[in-house]
Design a protein around this ligand. Structure first.
Ligand code: SF4
Ligand code: SF4
Length: 359
C-alpha cells in the first residue's frame, strides 16, 4: 500500500480489528504504551480504542516534545525575550505553554519579539536578514527534529552568522523508555514505538527492551498502521523489535542524520517534565559550537522554576494517570485556557482526550 487513503480504509481497518479480537488470549490483560504523541492523537481521533477488545489497554506515553519540556526551559526563553534586540523563534506549540510565571504568548502580547518558525533554518535566515538583532531558536524535540537543528548550527558556522544561537532542549527516546520500564506503577507489556524517531535511529537503540521482556513494534501514524502494529504486538510470543512502518524506514535508520546530530550535540542527563533527570536522555551543544549555544552566549538568569500543583501533567506524561483524573480537566483547563503543557500541544494527551474522547 502506498497511499494514505488505503491506511484509512474502513474495510481493511475492520478486518485487522477483528483479527486482533481473534488473536488475543482472553484471560490476560495487555498493557501497550504508545510512546508518540501523534499516535495518541490518531488513536483518539479515529476512535481506535472502541475497535479493540477490552483486555487491550493503551497507555499514552511521554512522546510529545512540548509536554516533556520542563518549566525551566520556558522560563529561560521568557527571560531572554525581555532583552533588547532579541528575537525568540520557536515552533507554534511552544507559544502557549505556561512556564512558571508566564508564557511566550503573553510576553509577546506585552511587546516581546517572539516569532513562530518552522525550522532552525528559518531562524537562521531571519538572523541573516536582521544583522542588528540576536536570534534565539528554541531547539525542542526528539531525534526527529534534532538533526535539522544540528544542520542549522553547522550552516551558521559555515556562513559565519554571529547573531544566531540555539537554546537547546532536545531529548532522546531510548533512555526515557528504559526509565519507564523501571517504574513499578507501570506494568507495560509492549511499546508502540515512534515512527519518526525510528526513521532516524533505526531499531538498535531499542534492542534492550525485548531483553526486559517488552514486546516492541515501530508503527506509522494512520489508523491501519496502528492497528496492524497492535496485531503484531499481540502475536509476538517471544518479545522482539519489529517494524510495521516499513514504507518509511529500515532497521538501520538514517546514518547521515545521526552523524550531523553527533557532530553538534553530546548526550547529557536531561530533565523531563514529570519524570525528572534521566541520564543520557538529552542533547547539549558541544564545546566546539558554543558560539551558537544560547546558554553559553547569554547565560539566562531565572528565578526558581515552580509548577502548578493542581496540574498532574507529570503523571499523565508517565502514563500513570489519565487526563480525566485531573480535577482541572475540562473545567479550569481546556485548549483555549491551558493550565499545563499536555493541554497545549497538538500532540498532548490532555488535548487529545479533550478534543476526541467525548465523541
Ligand atoms: S516528533 Fe514524531 S515521533 Fe516525536 S512525538 Fe512528534 S510525531 Fe511522534
Ligand atoms: S488537564 Fe490541564 S491541568 Fe490537568 S494535567 Fe492536563 S494539562 Fe495539566
Amino acid at each position: 500500500m502506498k497511499y494514505i487513503d488505503e491506511f484509512r480504509n474502513k474495510k481493511l481497518i475492520d478486518k485487522v480489528a477483528s483479527e486482533i479480537r481473534r488473536s488475543v488470549e482472553v484471560n490476560r490483560q495487555y498493557n501497550f504504551m504508545e510512546v508518540c504523541g501523534t499516535h495518541t492523537v490518531s488513536i483518539f481521533r479515529f476512535g481506535l480504542k472502541d475497535l479493540l477488545p477490552d483486555n487491550i489497554n493503551l497507555i499514552s506515553g511521554p512522546g510529545c516534545p512540548v509536554c516533556v519540556t520542563p518549566n525551566e526551559f520556558i522560563d529561560k526563553a521568557i527571560a531572554l525575550s525581555a532583552r533588547k534586540n532579541m528575537i525568540i523563534t520557536t515552533f507554534g506549540d511552544m507559544l502557549k505553554v505556561p512556564g512558571s510565571y508566564s508564557s511566550l504568548e503573553k510576553e509577546r502580547a506585552r511587546g516581546a519579539d517572539v516569532r513562530m518558525v518552522y525550522s532552525g533554518i528559518d531562524a537562521l535566515d531571519l538572523a541573516k536578514k536582521n544583522p542588528g538583532k540576536e536570534i534565539v531558536f528554541l531547539g525542542v524535540g526528539f531525534e526527529t527534529t534534532a538533526p535539522t537543528v544540528a544542520q542549522s548550527i553547522i550552516a551558521a558556522r559555515k556562513n559565519k552568522v554571529k547573531n544566531f544561537s540555539v537554546l537547546c532542549g532536545h531529548k532522546t527516546m531510548p533512555e526515557a523508555l528504559k526509565t519507564l520500564t523501571e517504574d513499578p506503577r507501570l506494568n507495560i507489556d509492549g511499546f508502540l514505538l515512534p515512527g519518526h524517531v525510528s526513521v532516524i535511529i533505526g531499531i538498535t537503540p531499542y534492542l534492550f527492551l525485548p531483553r526486559r521482556n517488552k514486546r516492541c513494534v515501530v508503527a506509522g501514524f494512520e489508523p491501519l498502521d496502528i492497528l496492524q502494529a497492535i496485531l503484531m504486538l499481540v502475536k509476538q510470543r517471544t518479545p522482539k523489535v519489529e517494524i510495521q512502518y516499513t514504507r518509511m524506514m529500515n532497521k538501520n535508520g538514517n546514518a547521515l542524520a545521526r552523524e550531523s546530530m553527533k557532530k553538534v550535540f553530546e548526550e547529557y542527563p536531561s530533565v523531563w517534565r514529570g519524570i525528572g533527570a534521566i541520564k543520557k536522555s538529552g542533547l547539549k551543544i558541544r564545546k566546539e559550537f558554543s558560539d551558537f549555544d544560547t546558554d553559553k552566549k547569554f547565560i539566562p538568569k531565572i528565578s526558581k522554576p515552580k509548577e502548578n500543583r493542581a496540574c498532574i501533567c507529570g503523571d499523565v506524561i508517565k502514563g500513570v494517570k489519565a487526563p480525566p483524573e485531573c480535577k482541572l480537566f475540562g473545567k479550569l483547563c481546556d485548549p483555549e485556557h491551558p493550565v499545563g503543557a499536555c493541554m497545549v500541544s497538538s500532540e498532548g494527551t490532555c488535548a487529545a482526550y479533550y478534543k476526541y474522547a467525548g465523541r
